[in-house]
Design a protein around this ligand. Structure first.
Ligand code: SAM
Ligand code: SF4
Length: 474
């Protein structure tokens, strides 16, 4: 399918900064949200069409409790009808926190002399991965500060180490990356190591605001960061994740800009971002940030629902920065991936016991410290289907979120069956009895929702998994 480019003040061209702040503000300021217009826009999204900036601005303008509720209900319906009840699980693994930048909001910033600096060596990476595999993890995101040591070759090396570790039936089947933006050659090197998604968060899309938070280091160059994922695309790395750090500037501006960024990638490369992330600033070592742009929970829920409706075919990630209670609530509005059993202090997965967080050892404070199994258990309670699926990416079915969304029957043919098979592996290898019991019940219910003609083959594969075979997928 070809995306129809929209007309903006700055035309979309590869590698050219595309954002006009004045234009974004014009859309926000001139939007009028009537009941009719809001309902029409929600209906458009539910008919599987992505929204343009003017329409997103109308949803942002809607401020009556009634309309906000309708927006949330729209997102809930979209999630349920189109994606079903799967939630993909992953874990972050911090590889190194040396950093030459000085992002005001981050515990790793160069000027923070309290930060305990560490880069895992190969043996330590292996130990961490073994601990993650022992918990049942299959999908990781490796995270790095920005430092000369963390070159593309180094990142590629750590990815290969991660893929090489096998403990029991454990293995890592997909490694994503969150690291400083690279040049085209750098992206090529990292892609060749077999990564999944490369994430770069713009932090704030407002250039003036951006400059106040990034005074030194490479990251001070707003435009270089804004075009990072264009360079990834030029390198043939078409699986990219975008994000904004909420709390740095007006959240409405960031939502509009995330949609604008999506449009830009679609217009230039005919593929949108694989995922959108929307972290909120959390406490960090020696943090001294004002709260002018603080995003409260209500606005946060609203913005997630609006993003879901705006780009209905893009994966959405909600991390353990948020509390368990809030995550459980926000999952309903269209989040498709969450991390579980998260530990962000370098080298901490191998620790057996959960320890008090030491802010000087991590990037920020996390607020959901449930184990992976506790999260899976709670998802099952809510009749959700936890998934460790990595099939599309390994089968070369790229743009999977787009296919889930747009190819009729895709979810029934691939996503649900693969979620069932990966959950069954988890049950066999890692789940305590009470979780296993719930999980088999959820699997049984979900088998009824897949295409009838593949049901016998799923049952056959489940039997094989019970007998010890692994990594069976569609
Ligand atoms: N160092 C690389 C970079 O800056 O691009 C990799 C990303 S950094 C390790 C991961 C992300 O964490 C940042 O892009 C930022 O959005 C987020 N982050 C930084 N400080 C944070 C804080 N105090 N609370 C929540 N998220 C934070
Ligand atoms: Fe360094 Fe990234 Fe933290 Fe900025 S956000 S200080 S670049 S680790």
């Amino acid at each position: 399918m070809k995306f129809t480019p929209e007309i903006y003040k700055i035309a979309d061209e590869p590698m050219v900064p595309f954002l006009d702040a004045e234009e974004i503000w014009d859309y926000i300021n001139n939007a009028v949200a009537t009941k009719e217009s809001v309902r029409e826009i929600i209906a458009k999204s539910l008919s599987k069409k992505r929204l343009n900036l003017e329409e997103v601005a109308v949803l942002l303008k809607a401020d009556s409790p009634e309309l906000i509720q309708e927006i949330k209900e729209g997102a809930r319906t979209l999630k349920r009808n189109i994606y079903g009840n799967r939630i993909v699980l992953f874990a972050p693994l911090y590889i190194g926190n040396k950093c030459q930048n000085n992002c005001t909001y981050c515990g790793f910033r160069a000027s923070n002399t309290e930060a305990v600096r560490k880069t895992l060596d190969d043996q330590e990476i292996v130990k961490e991965i073994e601990a993650l595999e022992d918990n049942g993890q299959k999908r990781l995101i490796l995270v790095y500060g920005e430092h000369a040591q963390y070159s593309p070759e180094y990142i590629a090396h750590t990815v290969k180490v991660a893929y090489s570790v096998r403990k029991g039936n454990g293995e890592i089947r997909r490694v994503n990356i969150n690291a400083a933006p690279l040049d085209i050659e750098g992206f090529r090197i990292v892609k060749e190591a077999g990564i999944g998604t490369f994430q770069v968060f713009q932090e704030t899309y407002h250039e003036e605001a951006y400059k106040t938070y990034h005074l030194r280091g490479k990251k001070a160059d707003f435009k270089y960061r804004l075009t990072s994922l264009d360079r990834a695309q030029e390198a043939g790395l078409d699986d990219v994740g975008i994000g904004a750090l909420f709390g740095l500037y007006d959240w409405r501006f960031e939502v509009m800009s995330l949609v604008r960024h999506t449009n830009h990638l679609e217009a230039c490369y005919n593929v949108g971002p694989h995922t959108i992330s929307f972290p909120r600033i959390k406490d960090a070592s020696m943090l001294n940030m004002g709260d002018k742009y603080f995003v409260n929970d209500d606005d946060f829920a609203k913005l997630i629902a609006i993003l879901r409706l705006a780009v209905p075919y893009t994966g959405m990630i909600l991390t353990a920065r948020e509390s368990a209670q809030l995550r459980n609530e926000l999952l309903q509005f269209g989040v498709s991936q969450i991390d579980g059993g998260t530990k962000i202090e370098l080298g901490s997965y191998k620790e057996v016991k959960n320890q008090e967080q030491n802010l000087n050892k991590g990037q920020f404070r996390i607020n959901d410290d449930r184990s992976l199994n506790e999260i899976i258990d709670e998802l099952l309670e809510q009749e959700m289907l936890p998934s460790f699926c990595t099939s599309c990416y390994r089968q070369g079915r790229t743009g999977e979120h787009f296919m889930e969304f747009s190819v009729p029957g895709f979810i029934k043919r691939f996503c649900t069956p693969n979620a069932i098979l990966t959950l069954a592996e988890y049950i066999e290898d890692y789940a305590p009895e009470h979780t296993a019991k719930k999980a088999w019940e959820v699997i049984e219910k979900n088998i009824d929702t897949v295409e009838e003609k593949i049901r016998p083959s799923i049952l056959e594969k489940l039997e094989k998994i019970k007998k010890g075979e692994r990594d069976l997928y569609y």
